[in-house]
Each structure stands twice: as C-alpha cells, then as structure tokens.
Design a protein around this ligand. Structure first.
Ligand SMILES: *Cc1c(COP(=O)(O)O)cnc(C)c1O
Length: 462
C-alpha cells in the first residue's frame, strides 16, 4: 500500500520539467534537482509515517520553488520594518545613512590606511580615525571605540577597577536585555560591586559612606528601558562628580544610548546628550554606536586622557577591537553630526524620530490609496492613528504619535496574514491590533511602500 502510494509521486525528471520550474531549471539545474530530491524524499517519508493524502504535482513544484528560492537567498536578509519601532534590536537597530554605507563599501573593497599614518609614512593608530571627531563633537579629552557598549563597560571596569571596589546605586543594577546585566558585567570584569542606597532612593551621603581606600570607581548606569516613578531619588551627575572629586575617585557613566544632538524642539526630551554629561565633569562616559546615535554597532568611550590610555593598553581591548567596516561607518556618521541640521535629515534614526505627524499622515494616506487599488477585494483597509516606539532600550516611556494603515483580510485570519508577510521577499514585519494587521509608516524607508504593497498582494493571494 505504502509502496503504491510512493509510486504515485512524480519522478525527479517529471517534477523539474513542470512549467513552474522550467525557468529555474535552466538557471541552476543542479540546485533545482537537489531541491526536488529533498521535496520528494520528504513526501516519501511522510507516506512511510502513514500519510495517505498525496499532493498534486503543482503543489510539489511550488514546494520545490520555495525551497529553491530560500536556498538561493542568504539567511541574513533585509526586511521591511513596519512595526514602528525605530531601533528594533531584533531587526538590527539603527539603519545607517547613505554616507556610512558608502564608507563601508569603500574601505572593504580596497586597502585602506586603517593603521597607517599617511603623513608620517609609518604605522598609525586605528582609533585616530574617530578620536578627533569625538573630541570635537563631545568636548572629551580622549576617546576609544570597541565592539559594542557592553564591551566598553567591561573594558572600562577591567582597566580601571579590577580587584578593587566600584560603587553603584541599587536602583541602577539593571538588566538591559540581550543578557547585559550590570552586576554580572561587573563580576566578569573583576571589580567588587558595592551597592549603595535603596531601590527607589539614593543620596550623595550613601556614596560617601561607601568610599574607602579600596574604592576605585563610582559608576552610574542609565536605566535605559526601565523607570522608577513616584517616591524616588537618584543622585544627579553633578552631585556624583562632586563626591568623586572630593575623594579623588573617577566617576564613570554608562549612558546607554548617547544622543549627540538635543531634539527637545522636536518634542523628544528626557535624554541627556553626551556633551552635556561630559561638561558636568564625568571622567568616563560610554554609549552605543547603534542606538540613538544612528551609527554602526560600536561601544564608544570618551573621557579623561589618562584613563582612556589605560583602557587602550589593556589586553581586553585587543579582543574587543572594532573592525574597519564599523570604523568607516562610524567616522562617516560622526562627520554628518558636524552639521546638526544635516544630521536630522541624513541619519535615518534621527529622521524617523523627528518626522512630524502630518507628514506621517500623508505617507499613510498615500499607502492606503495604493493598497486600496490593489487589494480592495481581499481586505478592508483603513487609516489608523497609532504610537511608534523608539526601541533599543532608549526612551522607554516616549510614545511617538504616528499614522498607519490597518488591514483586515477578508478570506483569512489576521494571524495568517502576519505569518505570510514574514515569508515574502523581502519579509515584512508588522503587528496586530484589534484583529487588524497594522503597518506603521514611520519606519518604512523610501521606496518601501511599493515593495510593501507587492508583499501584501502576494500574502493575500490572488
Ligand atoms: C544598550 C545598553 C548597553 C549595551 O549596549 P550594546 O551596544 O548593546 O552592547 C549597556 N548599557 C546600557 C545602559 C544600555 O542602554
């Protein structure tokens, strides 16, 4: 019985000659044959396990085609972010500016002066490509960049406080996500954690009471994705710096995100800029390259020259070293910041943050018209007011008023549509709200509206 069923499956030759596969077969015969074998074998096994419903040859051919296409494209792929979360950690955080991506291509397609001083004709320092810019933009004395901000914190603690004590407020012993937990990073670095104050309230006197000859560092950690509200008290940067200088102990801040321009006039408030923090007299500040800065993944360390030197010389620095493509993208990104009004136009993260609601309304309206044109019979489409989020553990309480389209499919469930959209090319990531699929236009990049409509047409079927 099972053998009879197996015999009803088409031969590999029949399958690859099926019209749907003929074009692909001419393009890459070997791969199509491989995929067809895989599909037929899978069905033979299914029959072996008791399956009695056999697929039509057209269905098998479609399976082969899907398998072929997914084998052909890389596993790490671009996707369309229709979630409205600007710095979506699962979707690669910051989208780079055109200049940053061009810089990556240039430096990776050719040789470069990565560690060569062209003026002196001898060995140079890779960090020199960005230290000047960081000094200019943040007012710091010296700077160093590593692989990410977690690495920056680990390196700083290892270089400045190993075997000695680091004082931190209890309210700042946070977990940032992606397994960055402040107490664990501190333990890993070899410094001894001394927690002061309580979860909700910490005063300058709490820090002073903890200081002793073993104290190497006072650490402040930006709570990022977490806020304590109500009966609370944290020690300000200014007060911490006063405590530090009274006792001759360096004060470091893990700033997390790290804005380089003040976006208050655009309604984005509550985040200090790096230069503000430096101005208050902090000895070391660390922040991410791919959060609010809108650059590549990197950990940026700015601060006192002698302390930065110690970090640069530390053996961990070699292990956490930033690569040339990242460095190229970071330099290009920082260069744009020299002109803040250009920065908010050219750096996609900043642009997405400050785009006005009226502009988003127009974008959503256009998208709705396009969608109506193509999808009228298969879904009900309406304009919807929504809130976008910053993401990446930055500004967790900030809701950015936005517009989008809500799609209610007529002949399938909304969950099914969500799933089908994840499988289009490029995949589309969206969310569900009240039985509707919601497309937030804030995070759609130029040109993606057309691709999005195509994906919707494909997902909703003919
Ligand atoms: C995000 C964040 C980190 C981790 O930064 P990565 O660049 O993701 O390694 C560390 N500390 C704070 C406060 C953060 O917000």
């Amino acid at each position: 019985m099972k053998n009879d069923l197996r015999r009803q499956l088409p031969s590999i030759n029949q399958l690859i000659e099926y019209p749907l596969l003929q074009g692909l077969n001419r393009e890459d015969h070997n791969l199509v044959v491989n995929c067809a074998r895989g599909v037929v074998n899978k069905w033979r096994q299914k029959i072996g396990n008791g399956q009695t419903d056999l697929p039509l040859i057209s269905e098998l051919a479609q399976e082969v085609k899907d398998k072929y296409l997914s084998t052909k494209c890389t596993n790490l792929r671009r996707v369309i972010n229709a979630t409205g979360t600007i710095l979506h950690t699962n979707l690669g955080r910051a989208v780079l500016s055109k200049k940053a991506t061009e810089a990556i291509i240039k430096v990776s397609k050719h040789y470069s002066n990565l560690e060569y001083d062209l003026l002196k004709g001898k060995r140079g320092n890779r960090y020199d490509h960005v230290t000047g810019l960081l000094q200019e933009l943040t007012g710091c004395e010296a700077a160093l960049v590593v692989n990410n901000n977690a690495a920056a914190v680990l390196l700083a603690l290892s270089a400045l406080a190993v075997g000695r004590e680091t004082v931190i407020s209890r309210g700042q012993l946070v977990e940032i996500g992606g397994s960055f937990r402040v107490p664990e990073v501190m333990a890993q670095s070899g410094t001894r954690l001394v927690e002061v104050g309580t979860t909700n309230k910490t005063y300058p006197r709490d820090y002073e009471a903890a200081i002793n000859p073993e104290t190497a560092l006072i650490l402040k950690v930006h709570p990022s994705n977490y806020r304590i509200q109500g009966f609370t008290q944290e020690v300000s940067t200014k007060e911490l710096v006063e405590v530090g200088s009274r006792w001759g102990i360096p004060v470091m801040e893990d700033l997390g995100s790290g804005f380089l321009i003040d976006l208050n006039e655009y309604g984005i408030s509550g985040e200090p800029t790096v230069q503000d923090e430096i101005k208050q007299g902090l000895d070391v500040v660390t922040f991410s390259g791919d959060k609010l800065l809108g650059g590549p993944q990197a950990g940026i360390i700015v601060g006192r020259r002698d302390l930065i030197k110690e970090m640069e010389r530390h053996p961990l620095n070699r292990a956490l070293r930033i690569d040339k493509m990242t460095l190229a993208a970071l330099e290009a990104t920082l260069q744009i910041y020299r002109n803040p009004s250009r920065a908010i136009e050219e750096i996609p993260t900043l642009k997405a943050l400050i785009t006005k609601k009226e502009v988003l309304y127009q974008k959503a309206k256009n998208l709705k018209e396009l969608a109506n044109d193509k999808l009228e019979t298969r879904a009900k489409i309406s304009l919807i007011e929504i809130n976008s989020k910053v993401g990446g553990g930055a500004l967790p309480l900030t809701l950015l008023p936005s517009w989008g389209i809500a799609i209610k499919p007529i002949s399938m469930g909304v969950d099914e549509l969500l799933e089908k959209l994840r499988k289009t090319n490029p995949p589309v990531l969206s969310r569900i709200r009240e039985e509707n699929l919601v497309i937030d236009v804030r995070t759609l990049l130029p040109g993606e509206d057309i691709e999005l409509i195509k994906a919707l047409v494909q997902a909703l079927g003919e």
